[in-house]
Design a protein around this ligand. Structure first.
Ligand SMILES: [Zn+2]
Length: 189
């Protein structure tokens, strides 16, 4: 949404004359929008990290692991702009989470994400994934039925605890979503 609105505003600005009233108005609108959306992103990141900390505290977690997407993200994302934004937001979320967890004595350890969402938890073979639901490409295995992000998270934990992927990995039986409570958005302009 941020990039889409920015593109629209930028296009409108480029059609106006330099120093014109119209351009001044549009520029003001652009900066108002940027200010507003950045505050909203900040708010959401705080809500997400607070949820995660609460979850950890409720389960007496001492160490948490997070995927480190450096080097992974570049290939998967298309537009440079979106990619930079995504990386910025992810880095910010990780820093916030690390900071908040540390206040409760919980350590957050980054784990190289490579292979985590493509490695089969049953046979250990890697298959490049295209859909949301994981599908093992090994004909003699064919494991499927778990969301690839959930599988990715279990792969991160597996890698962190065992140094590499193990076969016959234990998967979470129940998946809980920690959706942040987000206040109703106020219009920017
Ligand atoms: Zn398999």
């Amino acid at each position: 949404m941020r990039n889409k609105v920015l593109r629209q505003l930028q296009r409108a600005i480029s059609k106006t004359k330099e120093g014109s009233r119209k351009r001044r108005k549009l520029l003001a609108k652009k900066y108002r929008f940027l200010n507003w959306i950045e505050r909203r992103i900040e708010h959401i990141l705080h809500a997400i990290s607070a949820n995660a900390v609460r979850w950890c505290l409720g389960r007496s977690v001492k160490t948490a692991y997070t995927g480190n997407p450096e080097g992974v993200r570049e290939r998967d994302c298309g537009r440079k702009h979106n990619q930079r934004m995504g990386q910025w937001a992810f880095g910010k979320l990780r820093d916030l989470l690390a900071y908040k967890l540390k206040r409760h004595g919980i350590e957050l350890i980054p784990v190289d994400e490579r292979g985590t969402s493509g490695t089969c938890p049953v046979c250990g073979e890697y298959t490049r994934q295209t859909g949301r639901v994981y599908r093992c490409g090994n004909a003699s295995c064919g494991f499927t039925g778990i969301h690839r992000d959930v599988l990715g998270a279990s792969g991160i934990l597996d890698k962190a605890l065992h140094g590499s992927f193990t076969r016959g990995r234990r998967l979470p039986g129940k998946v809980e979503y920690l959706r942040p409570q987000v206040l109703a958005p106020k219009r920017a302009a």
